[in-house]
Write a protein that binds this ligand. Structure first.
Ligand code: UDX
Ligand code: ADP
Length: 463
C-alpha cells in the first residue's frame, strides 16, 4: 500500500514540525495539517515565518520548502480526513485536572474526539497513527470507537511515538536515533506498518526503523521519557549534596559520564526539568502502575517528580535566604522563561514555579526571554490559580531588553540556558544593579570565577 495523502490532526509542537519534515522529505505525498484553532492555522500560513506558532531553529526553511506545494495547513478537518489514507493524531494529552485520576492520568478527551470524528467521516479504509504520547492500551480504545461508530470501513491503528526534543526538533526529525512503529501482528497490521515504514524510509535508514507490537511502542515512549527525566533528577539530587560537601556537580557529571555504561548525556544539573512531556508522562506511568496495583513501581517513579519539585522549590528558597530572608518589594530579574533554550514553549517551565514562590514572598519579578510572548507568561502564572490574575500582573513586569530587566535589580536568576546570556555586557549589568549584586545561575551557564571577579555574589547549582 503506497501512501499518497497524509492528514495530521493537531498543528502543535509535535504535529507541525513532524509533518513539515515528512512533506519536505516526501515530495510525492500530500500532507495536510489540520487544527480547530483557526489562529494557529493562520499563523502556520503566515507569509512572515517569524510568526509561525512554534519557534524551532531551522523550521522556517523546512516549512517554506514545502508549504503550498505538498504541505498544507487548514481548519477543514473533515475534508483532510476524507482525503487521507493515513491520519496522524497529534493532539494534546494534558494531565487531567478533574475527576478520577486528577493530577495524574492523561486526559484523553481530545483523542477520543478525534477518533469519533475520523469514524464519522471515513468512507474508505484508513490507517490511524497515534503520534501523541498515550497511556498503554489507548490504541485499543481508539480501535473500539472507530470500529463501533464508523461507517463499516476498516481501520488499522499504529503507534508511532515522537522522540523529538524541542529546540532540536528539526535535527532530531531529520536524523533520529530511531523511529518506532507499533502495529497489529496480523497480516493487515503488518501491511499498515510497512506503509508507514515506507514513508520514513524516504530519508531514514531502514535499520533505524524499529517495529514492535502496539503496546510495546506505547510503553516505550513513556519509559524513554521516564528514564531521561530520572537522569536529570538523579544529577539534581547529587547537586544538593555537592553544595554541602564541596564537590562540584559538573565535575561529578563529567567523571561519571565518561563511564561508557553511564554516558554523558542528560547529566546537566539545573533548576529542574520542565516541558510538556516529562512530568506528564511520569505521572501517567505512576497512575498506570497504581491502577494495576503495582505500588512499589509507582512510588519509584513518583520520586523523580518529587525530586524535581524539590529542586525548583529550593532554588527559590535559596534566593530568599541569600537576600537576607526577604525579597519583599525587591526587583528580581528572571533571564529566561522557556523550559529550555531554543524554544518558545513554556509548559511546566521551572521559571513558572520559581516565580510563583517568589510572588508569595512579595517580590517584584522582571522577566526577559528572547522568544516567549508576554501573554504566555501571564497565562502560565494564571493557570496555577494560586492568586488573582490582577496580582500576577502587579507582581510581574516583562521586558524586551535584558539590560532594562536587570536595571536596579537586587538579584538576577537565570532560568533558561539561552546562549545569548553568556555574551551580555555583565560589567554594564553589574553597574546598574543594587549592591550586593546577586546572581543565581539555575542553569550553570556563566563562568563562576569571571562573574565573581566582576563583583557579583554568584551562586550556581551544585557547587
Ligand atoms: C523530551 C524528550 O527528550 C523527547 O525525546 C520527547 O519526545 C519529549 O520530551 P523535551 O521535553 O522537548 O523532550 O526536551 P528535553 O531536552 O528532553 O529537556 C526536558 C527538560 O529537562 C528541560 O527543561 C531541560 O532543560 C531539562 N534538562 C535536560 C536538564 O535539566 N538537564 C539535562 O541534562 C537535560
Ligand atoms: P503537542 O506538544 O503535543 O504538539 P500542542 O498543544 O502544541 O501539543 O498541540 C496540539 C494541537 O491539537 C493544538 O493546536 C489543538 O488546538 C489541537 N487539537 C486538539 N484537539 C483537536 C481536534 N479534535 N481537532 C483538531 N485539532 C485539535
Amino acid at each position: 500500500m503506497k501512501i499518497k495523502n497524509i492528514c495530521c490532526i493537531g498543528a502543535g509542537y509535535v504535529g507541525g514540525p513532524t509533518m513539515a519534515v515528512i512533506a519536505h522529505k516526501c515530495p510525492d505525498i500530500k500532507v495536510t495539517i489540520v487544527d480547530l484553532n483557526a489562529q494557529r492555522i493562520a499563523d502556520w500560513n503566515d507569509e512572515n515565518t517569524d510568526n509561525l506558532p512554534v519557534y524551532e531553529p531551522g523550521l522556517d526553511e523546512i516549512v517554506l520548502s514545502a508549504r503550498g506545494k505538498n504541505l498544507f495547513f487548514s481548519t477543514d478537518v473533515e475534508k483532510a480526513i476524507d482525503e487521507a489514507e493515513m491520519i496522524f493524531i497529534s493532539v494534546n494529552t494534558p494531565t487531567k485536572t478533574y475527576g478520577l485520576g486528577k493530577g495524574m492520568a492523561a486526559d484523553l478527551k481530545y483523542i477520543e474526539l478525534c477518533a469519533r470524528q475520523i469514524a464519522s467521516v471515513a468512507k474508505d479504509n484508513k490507517i490511524v497513527v497515534e503520534k501523541s504520547t498515550l497511556p498503554v492500551r489507548t490504541a485499543e480504545a481508539i480501535k473500539n470507537i472507530l470500529d463501533n461508530t464508523g461507517n463499516g470501513v476498516e481501520f488499522q491503528i499504529l503507534s508511532n511515538p515522537e522522540f523529538l526534543a524541542e529546540g532540536t526538533a528539526i535535527d532530531d526529525l531529520l536524523s533520529p536515533d530511531r523511529v518506532l512503529i507499533g502495529g497489529g501482528t496480523d497480516a493487515k497490521g503488518q501491511e499498515a506498518i510497512d506503509a508507514l515504514v515506507d514513508v520514513y524510509a524516504n530519508w531514514i535508514p531502514k535499520e533505524r526503523i524499529l517495529t514492535t507490537n502496539v503496546w510495546s511502542s506505547e510503553l516505550s515512549k513513556l519509559t524513554a521519557n521516564a528514564f531521561l527525566a530520572q537522569r536529570v533528577s538523579s544529577i539534581n539530587a547529587m547537586s544538593e549534596l555537592c553544595e554541602k560537601t564541596g564537590a562540584d556537580v559538573n565535575e561529578v557529571a563529567r567523571a561519571i559520564g565518561m563511564d561508557s555504561r553511564i554516558g554523558p548525556k542528560f547529566l546537566k544539573s539545573s533548576v529542574g526539568f520542565g516541558g510538556s512531556c516529562f512530568q506528564k508522562d511520569i505521572l501517567n506511568l505512576v497512575y498506570i502502575a497504581k491502577s494495576y496495583g503495582l505500588n512499589e513501581v509507582a512510588d519509584y517513579w513518583e520520586q523523580v517528580i518529587i525530586m524535581n519539585d524539590h529542586q525548583k522549590r529550593r532554588f527559590a528558597a535559596n534566593i530568599v535566604k541569600t537576600l537576607y530572608n526577604t525579597v519583599s518589594g525587591k526587583k528580581i530579574a528572571f533571564l529566561g522563561w522557556a523550559f529550555k533554550k531554543d524554544t518558545n514553549d513554556t509548559r511546566e517551565s521551572a521559571a513558572i514555579y520559581v516565580a510563583d514562590d517568589l510572588l508569595f514572598e512579595q517580590a517584584n519579578i522582571a522577566v526577559y526571554d528572547p522568544k516567549v510572548e508576554d501573554k504566555t507568561i501571564f497565562k502560565d502564572l494564571d493557570y496555577l490559580a494560586t492568586r488573582k490574575p490582577e496580582e500576577n500582573k502587579e507582581g510581574v513586569t516583562i521586558f524586551q531588553d535584558p539590560y532594562e530587566a536587570c536595571k536596579d535589580a537586587h538579584a538576577i536568576a537565570i532560568l533558561t540556558e539561552w546562549d545569548e546570556f553568556k555574551d551580555y555586557d555583565w560589567d554594564r549589568i553589574y553597574n546598574n544593579m543594587k549592591k550586593p549584586a546577586f546572581v543565581f545561575d539555575g542553569r550553570n551557564v556563566l563562568d563562576v570565577e569571571k562573574m565573581r571577579s566582576k563583583g557579583f555574589v554568584f551562586s550556581s547549582i551544585g557547587k
